[in-house]
Structures are given as structure tokens and as C-alpha cells.
Design a protein around this ligand. Structure first.
Ligand SMILES: [Zn+2]
Length: 304
């Protein structure tokens, strides 16, 4: 199975945002005068046997248009710069791979921050999955006050809102198998209803969204400076570390500069996609199906 990285430019943020421990965390992240650092913004595309599966949609190039970001937000005014060209949006990125964005079957949003929902207009024909709680907190005026940009959602954005049932999946308490071998797990902290995506196999892949900004941050266990709940973020990172220790798993956070290199290693291993037996929505056991041998990677940033 091939997995592609879709890079959608870089965000230039304050260093303090990457690790923001201590009292008055959010306020200090907004008021910080620490130096600037660049982090990638990206989405992931899985050529799953059941169809194309997109995880997050990255940023869009209009983010720098005057008036696009709310002026009233101190954070957007002081602490965020974005560099992205129109050809770096997910639509053109997919077409460059020979993939028509209209063929994406399912789009999963880890959460609804602007650098994750910015490319929605390219995949409105897909089934879009978002945690119900995330959608409810992001919409409307209250959502804008929380730093979301619901007024920038494209017309026709009507996601399927899912609530993860309380079903243990390794160390995670809430999970839902969406399609064969693709499991959503609750990873609260960065936002209250943030979710991550596991692609089963050998090794398995863990698409972390912003549950940690990088593998290094995960191991230090320090929440990012914008996390809405620092304690929940720490608990989530502990669970992820436990999950990674269980067996070989490649950790893929949205903003980790090293993530594509780790994904490339996945391609080199030529392993098989072998979903284990998991419970389906009704709680019945689902038989894993025999899968075809993985193909070799065909280009930089791709993995088979
Ligand atoms: Zn975020």
C-alpha cells in the first residue's frame, strides 16, 4: 500500500508554541517574544485497497490574503506567518502524483485548525469525517473565538460527525475502525476531541495530527503552547508512547520535519498490510482479509 506526503507549505511560528509548559500557558504562548521557527504543514494520502483515504487537508494559499485571518486574534497577528503557494495546496499536489482529488473516497480530519481544514475545497466530494465534539466546538461565532475559522469552510462542507465509542484499542480508551485496518483513536489535549489515525500493518502507521508536534516532543512529553488541555495532552502522549513501544509503529505527526524520512523507511521495509482482527461498529469480529504484497516505493516522499 502506498502512502504519500502532501506538503502544503510551512508555518512560521514562535519557538514557545512548540513546547509550552508552565502556568498561564496559553497567554504566554500568545504574548511570547521568543524566536521564530518553521514547521511544515501537510496532509497524508493512503492508497487503501478500499479507496483513496486522505488524512487532513493542509493549508490553503489564501491564508495570506488581507482579511483572511481575523484581525481581532492576537495570536494570528503576532505569532503566525504562513508560506504557501497555490500549487502547494493538496489538489495540485495530488494531481502532480497523477491522482485526481475527485477520486478521494474519504477524508479524515484530526481536528479543525486552519492548517488542517484549509484544503477542504479540493475534496468536498469525499466523505469527510470529523469528531462530533470537534465540529461542535469549531463552528459558529464561539468557534471563531476559540481560534477556528468556520467562516472559511467551503460551501457544501457537511462532514459526517463521529463519536468514538468507549472501546479500548491498545492504551487508547476510545476507538472506531472506520474501514478495514484504519482505526480512529481519541487523542485529546491539543483540542478536546482531537483524533489520530492508525493504519494497521507491519509496521503500522500512526498519523498523530497535532497530538504531538514531533517525535522528540512526544518523548519529552511537553504539550504544545496552544493545547487546550495540557494534562490531557500529557496523558495522550503517554498513551502514544506506550502504543509505540508495543510493536513497530511509525509515528507521523503533521508538523514534524523528520516524519517524511520515517515514512520512507516504511516503504523500504516492503512489509504487508495485515489488519488484525478488530471489532466492527456492531461489536462483531471482522475477519482480516488476505492482502497483496506491498509494492516498492516509487518516489521521494512515497512509501509502499
Ligand atoms: Zn492544531
Amino acid at each position: 500500500m502506498r502512502v504519500h506526503v502532501l506538503e502544503t507549505g510551512v508555518a512560521v511560528v514562535r519557538e514557545r508554541q512548540l513546547e509550552g509548559a508552565g502556568p498561564a500557558r496559553l497567554l504566554r504562548t500568545v504574548l511570547t517574544r521568543t524566536g521564530w521557527t518553521e514547521i511544515p504543514m501537510r496532509a497524508w494520502l493512503i492508497e487503501h485497497p478500499d479507496g483513496l483515504l486522505l488524512i487532513d487537508t493542509g493549508q490553503n494559499a489564501r491564508v495570506n490574503d488581507p482579511g483572511y485571518l481575523p484581525r481581532e486574534s492576537l495570536y494570528f497577528r503576532r505569532n503566525l506567518r504562513s508560506r504557501i503557494a497555490p500549487e502547494e495546496e493538496i489538489g495540485p499536489r495530488m494531481r502532480a502524483l497523477g491522482i485526481d482529488p475527485k477520486d478521494v473516497r474519504c477524508t479524515i480530519l484530526t481536528h479543525l485548525h486552519l492548517d488542517h481544514d484549509g484544503g477542504l475545497a479540493h475534496v468536498l466530494g469525499s466523505e469527510i469525517i470529523v469528531a462530533a465534539g470537534e465540529y461542535q466546538r469549531a463552528k459558529g461565532f464561539a468557534g471563531r473565538m476559540r481560534g477556528y475559522l468556520p467562516h472559511r469552510w467551503p460551501e457544501g462542507f457537511q462532514p459526517r460527525q463521529v463519536t468514538l465509542p468507549e472501546r479500548p484499542y491498545g492504551p487508547f480508551t476510545h476507538s472506531l475502525e472506520l474501514v478495514r485496518g484504519v482505526v480512529l483513536v481519541g487523542t485529546p489535549g491539543h483540542t478536546r476531541d482531537h483524533l489520530s489515525v492508525v493504519l494497521e500493518g507491519e509496521p503500522r502507521l500512526f498519523f498523530a495530527g497535532d497530538a504531538a508536534y514531533s517525535e522528540a516532543a512526544l518523548h519529552r512529553g511537553i504539550p504544545d503552547g496552544l493545547a487546550t488541555d495540557a494534562d490531557a495532552a500529557r496523558a495522550t502522549m503517554a498513551r502514544i508512547r506506550e502504543f509505540l513501544a508495543e510493536r513497530e509503529t511509525i509515528f507521523l505527526p503533521t508538523h514534524d520535519p523528520e516524519a517524511p524520512a520515517r515514512l520512507a523507511r516504511y516503504g523500504e521495509q516492503h512489509r504487508r498490510f495485515r489488519p488484525r482482527v478488530v471489532q466492527d461498529v456492531q461489536g462483531d469480529a471482522v475477519e482480516p482479509q488476505q492482502s497483496a504484497p506491498a509494492e516498492a516505493p516509487r518516489g521521494p516522499g512515497d512509501a509502499a
